[in-house]
Structures are given as structure tokens and as C-alpha cells.
Design a protein around this ligand. Sequence first.
Ligand code: HPA
Length: 271
Amino acid sequence: MSQNAYLIAEQIKAKSDGLKSEILVILGSGLGDFVNEINVKKVIDYSEINGFPVSTVSGHQGKLVYGEVSGKCILCMQGRFHLYEGYSPSLIADVIKAFKLIGIKHMIVTNAAGSLRKEVKPGSLMLIKDHINMSGFNPLIGTNDESFGPRFPNMNNVYSDKFREVAKKIAKNYKIELHEGVYCMLSGPVFETPSEVKMCSIIGADANGMSTVPEAMTAAYCGIDVLGISAITNYCTGIEGGCPTHAETLQNAAKTAKNMTLLVSKFIGEI
Ligand code: HPA
């Protein structure tokens, strides 16, 4: 049920000092640096919101930050929730529904991902043009609340064409290496076996990760436009000798932070 979404929304509203934002930014592993770009107006700790999950992974902070970037008021989730932490998929959906209730119209979601393509090197960025959900979960399973969206939502333009064009233009202007491809979500917490990596390549994935898809599906379902950007932190198992570790992903995520921050800040200025 979506009752939790209403409860979360009420609490965020009550704690936001009257601040309002139409733009939500979700920061992935090691990409927390973006908050330095924010002219911070208000910080709400996840633990202050009953019903809101608390992030448990190192590199994820667990704060909602209201502030200004490129002249616009944004709401930033510094630290996100992963299915592998044990949260129910519908709880992740509730969080996005709560954001819809407080007026979010656009969502910028970033993540760390492993590359399946030789030319998409660690340290570069990849614009997500579509996803494949291999997580084994769907956040929209359960009773449907029609006030958010339809029972059978279509997923034909989850990652807004218009947003992708804007992002590509910015990347070109600022000489940011930006690939474009299909993001495949697996549940984690394990990295893939060599055979799973081969399968993901065959089915059309360009990068693998353990997040983003539940949030993006829910956003598409309730009419929030999505821009998705992956920080390529490693080669997937067996690709170019890849043997990923969390330490490697954090180290390379830090290398992408400057370009990611520039791209996201300029993008906010243009939407
Ligand atoms: N696989 C899955 N998830 C990931 C990876 C990977 O190689 N790198 C960062 N997140």
C-alpha cells in the first residue's frame, strides 16, 4: 500500500521549512561530492523520517538536502537504498511516491556501474538510454493506487529523450566523455560471474549495476521525468581482465566526480 508514501511526504513537508523543489537528485556510491555544489538551505537526516529507510553502505551518507544549484532549488538524496540491503522493493517505491507527493517532477539519478564494453572505460560517464531489470524484483508489485499511476504502466521512455539530448549537448560543450547505453540491474550484493557478464552482453546491456531501476521504474510510473547517469567505476568481471572490488568502485567513482558534478549542475540549470 502507498500509505507509507503519504506519511513520508507529510514528514518531509513538515521538516522542509517551506522549501519546495521540482528536481530530485539521487547520488550513487562515492558520488556524494555533488553536495559541495549545493548552496544548502536545509538538511534532513533519513533517521528523522519515520518509515524512511536508512542507508547501510559505506560511501552512502543518508541525508536529504534542500538547496540551490545553478539558480534552482533542488532536493538531493545523499545516499540511496539498495535491494541487497534487504529493503523491500515497495519501500523504495514509497520513497519515490512520497517525492511525487511533495511536488517532484524531474529526477536525476546517478550510480556506479561496471562496463561491459572495452571502449567504455572506468573513469568515464554513461548516459542511461534504457534499462534491463534482471534484479528479480519489481517495486510496483502489490495493490495499485491509481492516484499515482496505472496498474500496467508502460516503460517505453523511462529515460527522457529530451533530457538525454540536453545532457549530450552539455557534455559536448564542456568536453566531458559521455557514452550512452543500456544499464542492467542485478540484485547484488555479489559482482557477476564471468558467465553472467557474458549473458548480460548478449541480452544488450552496456553496463551492470545494483541500483537505479526500482527508482526509475517508479518515477516513470508516476509521471516523473528521469535522467540517469552511470559513473563507470570498473570493467565487469572478465572484461579487459576485470575483477571488481568495492574499493575499486569507490576509487574510480571519485575520479568521475568532477565531470559528474559539472554535468549534473549544468543540466539543472537547463531544465
Ligand atoms: N557489477 C554490478 N554492479 C556494479 C559493478 C559491477 O561490475 N560496478 C559497480 N556496480
